[in-house]
Structures are given as C-alpha cells and as structure tokens.
Unconditional design. Structure first.
Length: 233
C-alpha cells in the first residue's frame, strides 16, 4: 500500500484489488455471495429495470443483479481504478459487458441526475464512506420514488449465542488472514472499520434522516452482516 493512501480510499483498494475476491470468500467463510443474492432480492425489481451498484469493487454484486434480472441495465461505480479493471474483465468473461457498465465515482457525489435508477445497492462500501450521511442522501436522490436503496454491510454482532465467536473472528482472524494474503495495514483497517460501524438502530436513523422509509434491518449469519432496506417515498 502506498504510504499516501488514505484508509478506505481508492488507492488503498487498488493495492488489494488482485486478491480482493479471494479474501472476501475466505474471510466470510464463503457466504458473502449468498448475502449479495439476498440484497438483489430485496430490490424487488423485475423486467427492464435500471439499477445502480455503488462501491461496486470487482462487480460481484453488479453481476448478481444482471444474472437475476436478465432484462436489467446495471451501472456500477467505484473510486478504485484497479477494482474496476478487474470487474470489467469478469464482465467480459461472463458476456455481461453489454448490460453492465462500470465507471469511476464515489458514494458522496454520484454523477447521475435525480431519480435515474429503479433501485440502488451498496455492499460493504458505506462503511468506508467519509460522509455516510451524504452517501445515503445521494443514493436516495438518484433512486426514483418507490424504489429501494439496499445496503449490505459488515458489523460486530452485539448479542446472541455466537456473538463472542463472531467478534473474535473479526478482531483476530480477519486481520491475520488479510495480512497473510495481502497487506496487514489494509486488513487492520478492515477490522477497525467493522468495529466502528454504527449499531443497526443508529444506522437506521441515518437512513431515515436521509429521507428513506426504513423497511427492515435484517441480521445475516449471526449478525456478522446486516441487510438494510430503505424505500424512497
């Protein structure tokens, strides 16, 4: 990682992009793709929908959306140039590049007009936003009235029989595996950012303040991740 890269910045994710997918599979114990499938279903879309995937990374969620909605047009934005390069390669291999467009962009300043999309998603990206409230406002702004903003994010479970084990995994296993396969500094940051993410109730309040009608906050895999669903009035 460049010494000039800010935590959570595009430059930091450029540094880990080539191993990002493998690390996600290992760190999530292989369930992160099933989480993404639930995020796609939460959009409640069909037909020729226009969907925006924010912080798309290597386009994993954009790909799941395109596969689940074969008539949809999907746009993915991300601040990491290298992540987008890898994502475009995956789209070409899957012959999805005609329906999925990837472009540079950040959640705090989305380069699209109001109400441009039927639904908007972000997976494991709002945690890295420098201004989460502004990011949520932007996602609500570009989503048409009646459309959904779906947020999939990691966090520390605060209760339940396996909460202690899950916290141990986040604090010990995540930075250790990340350090072995990539860079320790990047995955130390990952662990810290998960621990610092707001509680479910606090994040739901942020969504409401951004003008979204919060439909649900669904804990996944013992609370290691949460699926937040908001509707644009």
């Amino acid at each position: 990682m460049s010494t000039e890269a800010r935590p959570g910045s595009g430059e930091m994710f450029d540094a880990i992009a080539d191993r990002y997918d493998l690390l996600n599979r290992i760190i999530s114990l292989g369930v992160d793709q099933s989480w993404r499938d639930r995020a796609v279903r939460a959009l409640e879309l069909s037909g020729s929908a226009q969907v925006l995937d924010v912080a798309t990374g290597t386009a994993d969620l954009a790909i799941r959306i395109a596969r689940a909605l074969p008539e949809a047009r999907v746009v993915g934005v991300d601040p990491s140039t290298r992540m987008l390069e890898i994502g475009r390669g995956k789209l070409r291999e899957l012959e999805l590049d005609a329906r999925v467009e990837l472009a540079p962009g950040s959640v705090e300043a989305l380069p699209y007009p109001d109400a441009s999309f039927d639904g908007t998603t972000i997976a494991f990206g709002i945690r890295n936003a420098h201004d989460r409230a502004q990011g949520l406002c932007e996602m609500r702004r570009v989503t048409r009235p009646g459309g959904r903003v779906v947020v999939l994010e990691l966090g520390e479970p605060d209760s339940g029989p396996l909460a202690t084990l899950a916290r141990w995994h986040i604090h010990s296993v995540v930075p250790w595996v990340g350090g072995m396969l990539s860079g320790k500094a990047e995955y130390d940051y990952l662990q810290r950012s998960i621990a610092a993410f707001p509680s479910r109730s606090a994040f739901q309040s942020l969504m409401a303040d951004a003008g979204l009608e919060v439909e649900r906050a669904e804990p996944l895999t013992f609370g290691v991740a949460t699926l937040f669903v908001g509707k644009v009035p």
